[in-house]
Design a protein around this ligand. Structure first.
Ligand code: ADP
Length: 179
């Protein structure tokens, strides 16, 4: 038997604020833990309070944020710890860099229409952004570039949370990432 531990995977959920990224990521992480699959959940909001504290929401700083999280994922994956990430990550170029740097990178597009996200307004941020009180808010005053060729698309306005979670787990299973 080889002593080499194969690299883990990074399951990266991208999409608008309120799309459902963290809800799905938390449930996927929970399911993986129940399967005894080593896993770390990296949440965009939490990252901004520590790893990326002080970064703005400019294009450059958002891409720096994405690159930093990708770097952490790569380190963890190298040691066999899988990562599940919930981060808006709105720019295509930064996501393309992740694909080059992370060996088992899975891009999950949480494809929830803007009007649904606005109706949900989980954190009340859309109301503020639409009133002009938040600059550079994705989907309102800052762009979101949809993935061109994601590994998986989740439509949370048509599928339940459980269905979305199952889709991710099935994908990981079919790809041989989990048994
Ligand atoms: P994000 O992390 O993308 O900003 P959240 O996960 O915080 O979004 O919020 C998504 C909201 O949408 C939650 O209130 C969640 O309960 C709701 N929701 C409804 N249907 C789904 C679904 N199929 N998948 C994920 N979230 C859903």
């Amino acid at each position: 038997m080889s002593n080499f531990k194969s690299p883990g995977f990074t399951c990266w959920l991208t999409g608008l604020s309120g799309a459902g990224k963290s809800t799905i990521a938390i449930e996927v992480t929970r399911a993986l833990e129940q399967l005894s699959v080593p896993c770390e959940y990296l949440d965009g909001d939490v990252i901004r309070t520590n790893l990326s504290k002080g970064l703005s929401f400019s294009r450059e700083d958002r891409n720096i944020n994405v690159a930093r999280v990708g770097y952490v994922c790569r380190l963890l994956n190298k040691h066999g710890i899988n990562t599940v990430v919930a981060l808006i990550s709105p720019y295509q170029d930064a996501r393309e860099q992740l694909k080059l740097q992370i060996p088992n990178f899975i891009e999950v597009y949480v494809d929830t229409p803007l009007d649904v996200c606005i109706t949900r307004d989980v954190k009340g941020l859309y109301k503020k952004a639409l009133a002009g009180d938040i600059a550079e808010f994705t989907g309102i005053s800052s762009p979101y570039e949809p993935p061109l060729n994601p590994d998986l698309i989740l439509k949370t306005h048509k599928e339940t949370i459980n269905e979305c979670v199952e889709k991710v787990l099935t994908y990981l299973h079919n790809q041989g990432q989990i048994r």
